[in-house]
Design a protein. Structure first.
Length: 272
């Protein structure tokens, strides 16, 4: 039997409701029913109230432009994710508090205060700009779970570049597919990483992927440690590759945050 055709307009204005079972409702993380009631009664006022908790370079003109099925939020407003994550905390006592605490393999520990994180994010952002990265450019991030992964994401956000994180366990083919689809011009990777005690040769995998990714102009490589460097025998391609520590060496520790529209892209994330 051929299923009945449903007009597209009917699908765009779906008003059916499917209540969740009681067992699911009991596990919901809603501490105050008044919050939900407020959002349901006046969604625009509700989200405007929460948006005011952020720092904006320019205020929005309209909370929501709704033209089904398209929605545009906070039109006219200008802000920056990295600024809201870091800069707004630098003038008070929080600047010297821990913003990032990392524990990795094999027992490595690093702690960054908001001040520390702001400095390195700004250095990476300035370094990326020196490599020609501009607002709207794509940067692929193929790193293990190390602080430089978060730093790279924030650095991209700071200058308006769109980052695309690729899981460090993915194959060269999967990495190449994602780089090509995003048309990334920069790849940030590492010489290697640890996973359950084993060394993952990230740079070697990246080199294999880069043989078929014509959009990549530069590769930034984080030196994960002497043991990984010895195990993976990492090599750099002259004119294309550079070490992360060379990218930020001598680079200014302040980088103005790029004002971004509320609807500008922040990242591209692919499913597996």
């Amino acid at each position: 039997m051929t299923p009945p055709e449903i007009p597209l307009d009917d699908l765009l204005q779906e008003d059916r409701r499917f209540p969740p079972p009681d067992t699911f409702r009991k596990g919901a993380h809603v501490s105050n029913d008044a919050i939900y009631a407020e959002a349901e009664q006046d969604p625009e006022a509700y989200w405007a109230r929460w948006a005011e908790e952020l720092d904006w370079f320019e205020p929005w003109e309209q909370v929501l432009e709704w033209n089904p099925p398209n929605a545009r939020w906070f039109t006219g407003g200008k802000l920056n994710v990295a600024y809201n994550c870091l800069d707004r905390h630098l003038d008070g006592p929080r600047r010297n508090k821990a913003a990032l605490i990392w524990e990795g393999e094999p027992g490595d520990v690093r702690t960054y205060t908001y001040w520390d994180l702001h400095r390195e994010v700004s250095q990476v952002a300035n370094g990326l700009r020196e490599l020609g990265v501009q607002k709207g450019d794509r940067v692929a991030i193929y790193l293990p779970m190390i602080p430089e992964a978060a730093i790279s994401m924030l650095a991209c956000a700071r200058i308006g570049a769109i980052h695309s994180v690729v899981f460090g366990g993915f194959s060269p083919n999967s990495l190449a597919d994602r780089i090509n689809d995003a048309q990334a011009k920069i790849l940030i990777t590492a010489d290697g990483g640890y996973r359950r005690g084993n060394v993952i040769p990230l740079k070697r995998n990246a080199d294999e992927a880069l043989s078929r990714t014509p959009s990549i102009e530069h590769v930034v490589v984080v030196a994960r440690g002497w043991n990984i460097a010895r195990t993976t025998q990492t090599s750099l391609k002259p004119g294309r590759d550079l070490w992360y520590h060379d990218l930020i060496r001598g680079v200014p520790t302040r980088c103005p945050a790029e004002p971004m529209d509320a609807e500008d892209h922040l990242f591209v994330l692919y499913t597996s």
